[in-house]
Ligand binder design. Structure first.
Ligand SMILES: [Zn+2]
Ligand SMILES: [Zn+2]
Length: 373
């Protein structure tokens, strides 16, 4: 088998255009399972071939400990995809979570990656029993226990909690799973016998988090079955009232799906109420931020005047400027300190007024382009 062909190396803009032209209805869904898998590399190539044939796009991690998949596929192929999964013993009857808000453009290509773990959790799994998980609760039970006064803990990272979360939940400040779980352990250490309800996006992180907290002596740990994604589905199906407020952060092109109309966050640039989540459009920055429409216009979809200055240059000059610069992600930088971002913006505005530029090195780039033109 020529495994080099089993990847898609097209550029994002080409992939996006292809998806626009496709014109079929797509469904976005996710699933995971902790299950012993053998010959993972071979399995990866087989899955890739089968799924490409069904028009599946998405991000999939497989490892010896299981599978974690977020995909979109033509709605017409859902039954065939189900059959493909069920045919393999390891994936038979794996529960799906179907996204409630879906424009069909959640993923641009299919990427199946072989990993050491299906969630990069940073935990030493051999130090505790990963199968001793908390009780799984459906949406109605989760709501009832919240009303009875259980402690609710968000097991996602800081940037995910930002634009939506359960009412009154503890929201970790950490930006990694490992950091969040250590933080929760520390903050709740005096409440080890309290009823604790965990939740995350699709349920997978709570599997590890609940087992870990039980290992650490917490006696009454439960978790939201299927995560926020399935909670939203159950709300609709059963007409329940949502105790989750705002949007659910998702790891695809959509960035978020709306659960309720509540706006729980503010624009990081001006402080007005907003839950419009986006990335800075200056490619080397790409910082994740909450940005209201007015600020998006004002800063040309960028996080700051200095990124805006680059973003508004002709594309050739942007490329010259980027040469040799790292594209290190700054995406979580302003999350815990939006005031820091606002301070930086104020300083940049002053400098810009003074010097006419925030990037003096641009003079030579622009000059070079002009003389060579
Ligand atoms: Zn704003
Ligand atoms: Zn930026």
């Amino acid at each position: 088998m020529d495994t080099h062909r089993l990847r898609n190396l097209d550029r994002p803009d080409i992939l996006r255009a292809k998806l626009e032209r496709e014109g079929v209805q797509r469904t976005t869904l996710s699933f995971y399972r902790y299950v012993r898998l053998k010959e993972v590399e071979t399995l990866r190539h087989e899955l890739y071939q089968e799924w490409v044939a069904l028009g599946v796009l998405g991000r999939v991690y497989i490892s010896q400990e299981g599978i974690n998949a977020q995909v979109s596929l033509p709605t017409a192929n859902l039954a065939a995809f189900r059959a493909h999964l069920d045919r393999r013993e390891a994936f038979a009857d794996v529960p799906w979570k179907i996204a409630v808000e879906d424009d069909g453009k959640s993923f641009l290509k299919l990427a199946i990656k072989v990993k050491k773990k299906i969630v990069a959790d940073g935990l030493a799994d051999d130090a505790f029993d990963v199968t001793d998980v908390g009780e799984h609760l459906d949406a109605a039970t989760f709501n009832r226990k919240m009303e009875e006064g259980a402690l609710v803990v968000d097991m996602r990272n800081n940037y995910e909690c930002l634009i939506g979360h359960f009412e009154g939940a503890y929201l970790p400040k950490a930006d990694t799973f490992r950091g969040a779980i250590e933080e929760v352990k520390e903050v709740m250490k005096a409440k080890k016998d309290a009823e604790v309800l965990l939740y995350c996006t699709g349920g997978i992180r709570c599997e590890k988090a609940s087992a870990y907290l039980k290992h650490e002596g917490f006696t009454n740990v439960s978790q939201l079955h299927g995560g926020i994604i399935d909670y939203a589905r159950q709300l609709k199906a059963e007409g329940l009232k949502s105790k989750y407020l705002g949007q659910n952060f998702v790891f695809d092109e959509r960035l978020a799906e709306r659960i309720t109309d509540d706006v729980v966050s503010t624009c990081m640039q001006c402080g007005t109420k907003s839950d419009r989540i986006t990335n800075c459009h200056e490619a080397t920055c790409n910082m994740l931020l909450v940005q209201c429409e007015a600020c998006a216009t004002k800063y040309a979809d960028c996080c700051s005047p200095s990124c805006r200055e680059i973003h508004q240059l002709p594309i050739d000059q942007q490329r010259t400027w980027r040469k040799g610069r790292s594209t290190r992600s700054t995406k979580t930088k302003a999350i815990n300190d939006p005031e820091g971002l606002r301070r930086r913006i104020r300083e940049e505005v002053e400098l810009l007024a003074l010097n006419g530029t925030l990037h003096p090195e641009l003079t030579s780039i622009i000059h070079r382009e002009q003389t060579s033109a």
